[in-house]
Design a protein around this ligand. Structure first.
Ligand code: 5RP
Length: 224
């Protein structure tokens, strides 16, 4: 099985899982990235079984609408039954690094609202300690240099992701050399305390509820 087959398999498993959780009134949160795209393509066939979706990026919103799936503004929705999204790294505590696709802020917002966060990934994303994948940080553009200096003081090597502008009009700094990131949430809090930071891609304080991991021998399920 190649990586795309693993991603498609876990996306299909997430659709089966979602169908056990949702009803006609449910709103489903939809993530961003290649694994989330497989989920979008698979859940579209079941669009009559739930009320609609909230998307974590413009790209996912366009894909959903193209498949005839209703997409709501988050402000018009009281509750999200479950949120399904990929990740760049996952540790055994089900903490994540996200933001490889620069959608981290909206992803964190949708995850905050959702009753359940189902993370889907192929086995390459599973790590013992987070931090080999550079930590994405969304930053207000005028604060970029200042924030980079502050991130350096926290022990990282900040690199501006040139040419990338987020859906919110901001820039991304990827912080290298942080591995191993402590699992106590202290780094997530410290980075968010820097003035000019919108948010960072660590999901340590509020990990995924469930991880579906696609391996060559099948789907493994982890529950926090
Ligand atoms: C986007 C994300 C994605 O979930 C993450 O980058 C994983 O993407 P993929 O499924 O393409 O490997 O956080 O901001």
């Amino acid at each position: 099985m190649d990586k795309d087959q693993l991603k498609r398999a876990v996306a299909n498993a997430a659709v089966e899982y979602s169908l056990t959780r949702i009803d006609n009134d449910s709103v489903v949160g939809i993530g961003t990235g290649s694994t989330a795209n497989f989920f979008i393509d698979a859940i579209a066939a079941h669009r009559h079984k739930f009320s609609g979706t909230v998307a974590s990026s413009s790209a996912s919103e366009q894909r959903l609408k193209g498949l005839g799936v209703p997409v709501f503004e988050l402000n018009s929705v009281a509750e999200i039954t479950l949120y399904v999204d990929g990740a760049d790294e996952i540790n055994p505590q089900l903490q994540l690094i996200k933001g490889g696709g620069a959608a981290l802020t909206r992803e964190k917002i949708v995850a905050a609202v959702a009753r359940e966060f189902v993370c889907i990934a192929d086995q390459s994303k599973w790590v013992e300690h987070l931090g080999k994948f550079p930590l994405p940080v969304e930053v207000i553009p005028m604060a970029r240099s200042y924030v980079a200096r502050e991130l350096f003081k926290l022990g990282g090597d900040p690199v501006w992701r040139h040419g990338v502008v987020t859906d919110n009009g901001n820039v991304i700094i990827d912080v290298h050399d942080l591995c191993p990131i402590a699992a106590d949430g202290s780094l997530e809090r410290a980075v968010n305390q820097i003035t000019g930071v919108v948010t960072n891609g660590l999901f340590a304080i509020k990990p995924a509820t469930t991880v579906l991991l696609s391996t060559r021998s099948g789907i493994q399920t982890y529950i926090s």
